[in-house]
Write a protein that binds this ligand. Structure first.
Ligand SMILES: O=C(O)CCC(=O)C(=O)O
Ligand SMILES: [Fe+2]
Length: 267
């Protein structure tokens, strides 16, 4: 490998056709869509999440710190599960998700529409031939933070159709945010290991400092109503929100860029 990667700048950019591609190409660190949702829309969505918590629709990941979610995460099925088990979970995930979103509005639909308008390319939920749609649009309560990890389908999920993408972003809309903390740090060190045929895909969660040593980094704060996008192939982590502040309530997914420019979404 040659020189370590560097970003053009450390700024938060508005969403345009150019910044979207620059983010996929890892030339810039962060795109922020300010005021993607109004304060009323955020409060309404947060109330729907609370209804999901009160009705035991929220589940908790097998990782520390504890992260609550509504929906499912494909990456949780990468080891020791048949593909069919993931698609059984997808069916339940969409049912749970629709119960919540039916009470409020659909940020993911708005986001896909925004991506189409800005880019001139299609943006749609990812599908696996023979199985149908993946789940997309995970709702999370991440008030205690999220450990350092990478998200990149060609390495995480080499045997799914989404592995055909050549760039991967994460987007999140924050509908409630801690007054302090809950900051996401992104390290410019795109994940680059070769998955071995017939072996488990490499560990992508709980990455220690050796994975980011010497890399430049940028941090962003969750702001209620904003969508933030970043290149999820870079190691990233979320700090805990300060106690006594609001929760960190969010909805988001990955956006993969297919050769030709169309975009597919999944969680
Ligand atoms: O909540 C965030 O800021 C980032 C969460 C995350 O790891 C992701 O969306 O891939
Ligand atoms: Fe992530």
């Amino acid at each position: 490998m040659g020189q370590p990667a560097t970003w053009q700048d450390h700024d938060e950019h508005p969403l345009t056709a150019e910044t979207l591609q620059a983010l996929f190409d890892n030339d810039i660190p962060v795109v922020r869509i300010k005021n993607f949702a109004s304060a009323d829309e955020c409060a309404d969505f947060a109330a729907a999440i609370q209804w999901g918590i009160d009705n035991d629709i929220m589940r908790y990941y097998s990782v520390k710190p504890r992260v609550g979610y509504i929906g499912t995460a494909q990456v949780e099925y990468r080891w020791g599960h048949e593909r069919d088990a993931y698609f059984v979970a997808v069916k339940q995930a969409w049912e749970d998700w629709h119960k919540v979103v039916a009470r409020t509005w659909d940020p993911q639909e708005r986001l896909m529409q925004t991506l189409r308008e800005v880019s001139g390319h299609d943006a749609r939920i990812a599908e696996e031939p023979g199985h149908g749609k993946l789940f997309s649009g995970i709702i999370r309560k991440a008030s205690n933070g999220i450990g350092r990890h990478v998200d990149y389908a060609p390495i995480n999920t080499p045997d799914y159709a989404i592995s055909a993408i050549d760039g991967q972003l994460g987007w999140n809309l924050f509908v409630e945010s801690p007054g302090e903390g809950g900051v996401t740090t992104i390290h410019n060190r795109p994940w680059n290991v070769t998955p071995e045929e017939g072996k488990d895909t490499p560990m992508s969660y709980g990455l220690d400092d050796s994975h980011v040593a010497g890399a430049e980094s940028v941090s962003y704060a969750p702001v209620t109503g904003d969508v933030v996008l970043f290149n999820s192939r870079n190691p990233h982590e979320v700090s805990a929100g300060a106690p006594g502040g609001g929760d960190r309530l969010q909805i988001g997914s990955f956006i993969g860029r297919l050769p030709g420019g169309d975009m597919v979404l999944w969680s």
